[in-house]
Design a protein around this ligand. Structure first.
Ligand SMILES: Cc1cc2nc3c(=O)[nH]c(=O)nc-3n(C[C@H](O)[C@H](O)[C@H](O)COP(=O)(O)OP(=O)(O)OC[C@H]3O[C@@H](n4cnc5c(N)ncnc54)[C@H](O)[C@@H]3O)c2cc1C
Ligand SMILES: NC(=O)c1ccc[n+]([C@@H]2O[C@H](COP(=O)([O-])OP(=O)(O)OC[C@H]3O[C@@H](n4cnc5c(N)ncnc54)[C@H](O)[C@@H]3O)[C@@H](O)[C@H]2O)c1
Length: 450
């Protein structure tokens, strides 16, 4: 027998939760399907535990960096306990009850789409028929094709973010957001970290300068950063987990942490069998987050910028369209923040991306302590760099990055300017609060040769 719904949401990470909430609030009859925990990767094994673990180390470094305070000593059992509170001890009973109270049919189990026109979703022997299906199944850690990987003590983000004890030595494979955040966390907790990055630079989707600064800050924490090298073979030597690298060297640890990207969770849904194209780097969606009539996808599964804020944004776009309000997604000016200490933030285009779009761009980089008061009131040995990129023709900002304290907060000035097309001349007329890091934008736009 088929149970009938207006919408079925598959996967209840941040994308699924926002989609389901909007549809429930609008009075639709909604079934939500989750095979693990409501809250998704983000809530239990990604954003929330990683940011919770990084914060005490940032606070300790901040205390050590001001006059008159000593560096506090991290209390690992207390940090671990708070992390466990934040990840709800991997228990989503309250979330399940909360959605049921709001009128959702909550179904725990792995969903498969088994029928089209109308859409039918099968979970644990139940058949859920719906006018709309929202796929929000997220992504899993990519496993690089390295011979012998099964031999070593292998961690993904899941083991890293729920770790109980700090390993003595770790090899981190991948040098972008996960690698930089977890590499710094482990190093600051006393672990000997080797970070192996295939690309010639860390954070290789950002400006090369950002990668240089990221490498500098990790090296400052004692991380052995090896760029331009990837593992070719893995093996166990006694208790050691060993990676042989393409350049002939070795990286040795007690654990090997995979931070080499994510793979959208598409394959197990049965969509290919129903004629849906699943061949790309994610479930392809149009600007309304539609895959096919009545079929929608949001979040990491779409392979679009894999961030929680993007998943939630796409969910708002898809829900609006399901509810009959025409809305399209615009990814201009979406911020990208790595929560290292100091934070690494970026938004918009890199110079290379801008030139590929035919823009005539001009860049400027400023040393914030050289021009501002705030870095000096903030810490005794201040650091901070801000870069901006402008289009000469349109006289607007098209990109920005910052490596500085709290950059993840004040990058939003640039995000808004880029999204709304606020002109360089208008920014040059800006008045930011004294003394703040935000004043850096005036220095940077004044430094632009245009
Ligand atoms: C270590 C780490 C740190 C991160 N930190 C940040 C950060 O600070 N900020 C940020 O913006 N992003 C961060 N990200 C990225 C962020 O976690 C993802 O972009 C976000 O989780 C995507 O949300 P989602 O809803 O698409 O998917 P997910 O959070 O992956 O949720 C998908 C859900 O679908 C369920 N599911 C899958 N298949 C099925 C099925 N067949 N049937 C039923 N249920 C299914 C899963 O169990 C899961 O609960 C981080 C990622 C990692 C790995
Ligand atoms: N603060 C945040 O918002 C945050 C934090 C963590 C993760 N995330 C998101 O989660 C996703 C996954 O992050 P990620 O850092 O794992 O992936 P990523 O795709 O951003 O970067 C993977 C890195 O690994 C490198 N790499 C790939 N294969 C390799 C190999 N075989 N050997 C060595 N290096 C290799 C790549 O050059 C790349 O720099 C990203 O979309 C990221 O934006 C966001």
């Amino acid at each position: 027998m088929e149970e009938r719904f207006d919408a079925v949401v598959i996967g209840m990470g941040p994308g699924g939760e926002v989609a389901a909430s909007q549809l429930l609030d609008a009075g639709l009859r909604v079934a939500v399907v989750e095979r693990e925990l409501i809250g998704g990767e983000c809530g239990y094994w990604a954003c929330i535990p990683s940011k919770t673990l990084l914060r005490p180390l940032e606070a300790a470094a901040e205390a050590a960096g001001v006059a008159g305070l000593d560096r506090p000593v991290p209390d690992w059992p207390a940090m671990r306990d708070y992390r466990d509170t934040m990840i709800r001890h991997l228990n989503d009973a309250k979330q399940v009850a909360g959605y049921a109270d709001r009128g959702a049919e909550v179904v725990k189990g792995a969903a498969r789409v088994v029928g089209r026109d109308p859409w039918v979703v099968e979970v644990e022997g139940r058949r859920l028929r719906a006018d709309h299906v929202v796929v929000a199944t997220g992504s899993a850690a990519a496993r690089p094709p390295v011979e012998g990987l099964e031999e070593v003590e292998l961690w993904t983000n899941r083991q890293a973010t729920t770790l109980q004890e700090i390993p003595g030595r770790a090899v981190v494979v991948g040098g972008s957001a996960v690698g930089v955040e977890m590499g710094q966390f482990l190093a600051r907790m006393g672990c000997e970290v080797t970070l192996v990055q295939r690309s010639g630079a860390l954070m290789n989707r950002e400006e090369p300068r950002v990668g240089e600064l990221a490498a500098e800050l990790l090296r400052g924490d004692g991380v052995d950063v090896r760029t331009g090298s990837a593992p070719v073979r893995a093996l166990r030597r006694g208790r050691d987990s060993v990676l042989e690298l393409a350049d002939g060297s070795e990286a040795v640890g007690d654990v090997v942490l995979l931070a080499a990207g994510r793979v959208p969770r598409v394959g197990e849904l049965g969509l290919a069998e129903l004629g849906v194209d699943t061949g790309g780097a994610g479930l392809a969606v149009d600007e309304r987050c539609r895959v096919a009539p009545g079929l929608w996808a949001v979040g990491d599964v779409t392979g679009t910028a894999m961030f929680t804020h993007v998943a939630k944004y796409q969910a708002r776009v898809a829900a609006a369209n399901i509810l009959g309000r025409d809305r399209t997604a615009d990814y201009t000016g979406v911020p990208r923040v790595v929560f290292s200490d100091p934070e690494i933030a970026a938004v918009g285009l890199t110079a290379e991306q801008a030139r590929a779009r035919g823009l005539d761009v001009v860049a400027a980089e400023v040393d914030l302590p050289a021009g501002l008061a705030r870095p000096w009131t903030y810490e005794t040995e201040p650091t901070g760099r801000l870069g901006v990129l402008a289009d000469r023709g349109g006289r607007v900002l098209v990109g920005a990055w910052a490596v500085a304290p709290m950059a993840g907060e004040w990058i939003h000035t640039a995000a808004l300017a880029i999204r709304e097309g606020i002109g360089v001349d208008r920014l040059r007329d800006g008045v930011a609060q004294f003394p703040t890091y935000s004043e850096g934008y005036l220095l940077a736009v004044e430094a632009l040769d245009m």
